[in-house]
Design a binder for this molecule. Structure first.
Ligand SMILES: [Zn+2]
Ligand SMILES: [Zn+2]
Length: 496
């Protein structure tokens, strides 16, 4: 371990001590602890403070929609044309991240290239939709709104269509977390932005172009008569949404026109990761966040009451160097290059082979780092999940039961119903909670036999069926507990 690491750990430890001291002082209830920090000022005070505080200057023609974003300049940049406000950011807000998460997918925030052609786009002339779409049944992928500080806001319900990310403990104290591409985003309204913006400015814009105000009307008065999407026509005659502390938390759908493609608002900027995504780390809780120097971050989490750290640095070329420090101080380092920019097909083709190898190397690396004796991946998948798939509970797994599981999983992931699972269909967390659901995400590259980033029904079926045939020693289409037990023995493994 070098001195730099030690310094990061020391700083992070001191912060933890302070954070704990505060927690004891205030002694928050569990439910309160999960709420974003409250403003010490009343709405009227905020309105006053906000009015007396001169807004950052802007040019005469600048659209009104730009005003909240301009308050976060230079972190956030805006430009516009006749139809759209374009908002550029790297989605790294000026507040601690990840602390408070108790259901963690092991992702961390890294800067995102939301600029140029990949900037956020807010319609300047929103139009009410003929058939407004609800976020209860649509838009489980990607952002539905953009916070004034340039951080995207995703559907509070994740892409299994059920789980409320806030209630599930997946969000930090500010309502955000790192996604599959290590892209930081919120899943609920960023109420903390009210402290900077006051009630008179929206804290976010929905991607249909309508503003999202905080818990009060722009004049500080109480909010009344919200529709099913948390919106209404304000005193100025214009439609707007409001944040709420309960579901839907922000716009619960789109009053305005948006295009939907592959389960998300389209077009929208794409996040860019540098490493294969990771899986949930059960029992981990993130307790510390530090930004000891520009481009360097340290995250502390506890697992089995012991502290672990992830220290990481964004490299000049956009790659990331990670140091994983376990509770005994043992450090593992991983360095990832920036992924090449999209649009160059030749690069992308060449990169694929590399990615594939790196994914394998990375999963081996992870297995080494966390040799969990209870890791279900230490046994054949089919053995571990046989009971879940045994639909008639007769103790044996039939071929039909296995096929039904495959079909169920396919239907769950296949948002655009084309009979295949595009990698994009499970990009942001979640996924299908089933025996095969998690397996698909962890082994996507193996399942995708022709390596086209899409898993067809046949590809999805192939591996489970191969395992089934292997387990079904007497080939009667039924794997009994005895046959599973045989499968586990080393002698059985050397056969075939
Ligand atoms: Zn998310
Ligand atoms: Zn209102």
């Amino acid at each position: 371990m070098n001195t730099h690491t030690l310094r990061i750990i020391a700083t992070a430890l001191s912060i933890l001590v302070v954070a704990n001291a505060n927690a004891h002082e205030t002694g928050p209830h569990e439910s309160e602890k999960r709420l974003p920090p409250k403003s010490p000022l009343s709405g009227a005070q905020l309105a006053q403070a906000n009015a007396s505080q001169p807004k950052k200057p802007q040019e005469a023609n600048t659209p009104r929609a730009a005003t909240p974003f301009i308050q976060f300049s230079p972190l956030v940049k805006t430009r516009y044309d006749a139809n759209y406000l374009y908002v550029e950011s790297n989605a790294m807000p000026d507040h601690p991240m990840m602390v408070g998460i108790t259901a963690w997918q092991q992702q961390v925030p890294i800067p995102q290239p939301y600029s140029g052609d990949n900037a956020w786009r807010i319609p300047l002339h929103p139009k009410p939709a003929e058939n407004p779409l609800s976020a209860k049944s649509n838009f489980f992928r990607g952002a539905i709104a953009l916070a004034a500080n340039g951080v995207p806001i995703f559907n509070p319900i994740k892409n299994d269509g059920r789980t409320d990310t806030f209630l599930a403990g997946e969000l930090d104290e500010y309502g955000g977390h790192g996604g599959r591409a290590d892209d930081y985003h919120y899943h609920i309204a960023p109420l903390h932005l009210q402290e900077t913006l006051g009630p008179s400015l929206p804290i976010a814009y929905a991607l249909d172009g309508y503003p999202i105000y905080g818990l009060e009307e722009p004049d500080g008065s109480p909010v009344e008569n919200l529709d099913r999407f948390n919106g209404h026509v304000g005193p100025d005659g214009d439609y707007h949404y409001h944040a709420t502390k309960d579901y839907p938390y922000l716009n619960g759908g789109f009053h305005g026109e948006v295009a939907q493609r592959n389960g998300q608002v389209d077009p929208q900027p794409r996040a860019q990761g540098v490493r294969p995504y990771l899986r949930p780390l059960r029992g981990a809780a993130i307790v510390g966040w530090e930004n000891p120097e520009p481009q360097s971050y340290s995250l502390e989490y506890t697992l089995n009451r012991k502290s672990h750290f992830i220290n990481y640095t964004i490299l000049p070329e956009g790659g990331v160097r990670f140091e994983f420090v376990d509770s005994s101080g043992k450090t593992t380092t991983e360095t990832y290059d920036a992924k090449p920019a999209r649009g160059n097909r030749g690069d992308r083709e060449r990169q694929r082979g590399g990615d594939r190898n790196r994914s394998r190397a990375d999963s081996e690396e992870r297995a080494r780092r966390a040799p969990d004796q209870n890791d279900p991946n230490r046994q054949p998948w089919i053995t571990v999940h046989a009971n879940e798939m045994d639909a008639n509970f007769d103790g044996a797994l039939t071929r039909e039961e296995l096929v039904a599981e495959v079909e169920k999983t396919l239907a769950g992931y296949d948002a655009n119903s084309d009979g295949a699972i595009q990698f994009a269909e499970y990009e942001d967390g979640g996924g299908v909670r089933s025996a095969l659901g998690g397996f698909v995400k962890q082994h996507a590259h193996e399942l995708d036999a022709n390596n086209d980033t899409s898993i067809t029904r046949q590809e999805l079926m192939a591996l489970p069926l191969r395992m089934f045939q292997k387990a079904d020693a007497n080939s009667d289409g039924r794997v009994t507990p005895d046959e599973f037990a045989q499968m586990k023995s080393p002698t059985r493994k050397t056969e075939k």
